[in-house]
Design a protein around this ligand. Structure first.
Ligand code: FES
Ligand code: FES
Length: 163
């Protein structure tokens, strides 16, 4: 038995600690926004964050998440509002089939948490492990740039209001 923290909630899980985190997230916690693609760490569809770091949950054993916090696509919005990246993704019509996009968003979210104004090169490096079979790469880049501008504008408004 292990307590797994996902999206600020605790889940009691009773499976082998070598089980890939992806299956625990989907089948034990019932959070199906994280997708199974290749199963060998090559596509990024299964990307979640472990203490803020994007990881491939298909290759990460449950044990690696002990005493850490997992964040999935379901955990970045708050109850009443989508995260800026999710809203921009919709407004820019980034997804095509959509299958890869929760992984894309989790990598983009981690990038923008650490780098508020990424260059094209920064974006290419951060997103290089996320494959899109529909070829939505240019819209993903547009979405990340727009989200970075909106997040920067929101943070400057907050700073002014608090200053
Ligand atoms: Fe994990 Fe493809 S399903 S990297
Ligand atoms: Fe179809 Fe990326 S939107 S695989």
């Amino acid at each position: 038995m292990m307590i797994l923290k996902i999206n600020n909630q605790s889940f009691e899980v009773d499976v082998d600690v070598a089980t890939p985190l992806l299956w625990v997230i989907r089948e034990q916690a019932g959070l199906t926004g994280t997708k199974f693609g290749c199963g060998i760490g090559q596509c990024g569809a299964c990307t979640v964050q472990l203490d803020g770091v994007p990881i491939r949950s298909c290759l990460t054993p449950l044990q690696a998440a002990a005493d850490k916090e997992v964040i999935t696509i379901e955990g970045i919005a708050n109850d009443s509002e989508l995260h800026t990246i999710q809203r921009v993704w919709i407004e820019e019509q980034v997804p095509q089939c959509g299958y890869c996009q929760s992984g894309q968003i989790m990598s983009a979210h981690a990038l923008l948490a650490n780098n508020t104004s990424p260059t094209d090169k920064d974006i290419d490096e951060a997103m290089s492990g996320n494959i899109c079979r529909c070829g939505t790469y240019s819209r993903i880049k547009t979405g990340i740039k727009r989200a970075s501008e909106e997040l920067a504008a929101a943070s400057s408004i907050n700073t002014e209001n608090n200053g």
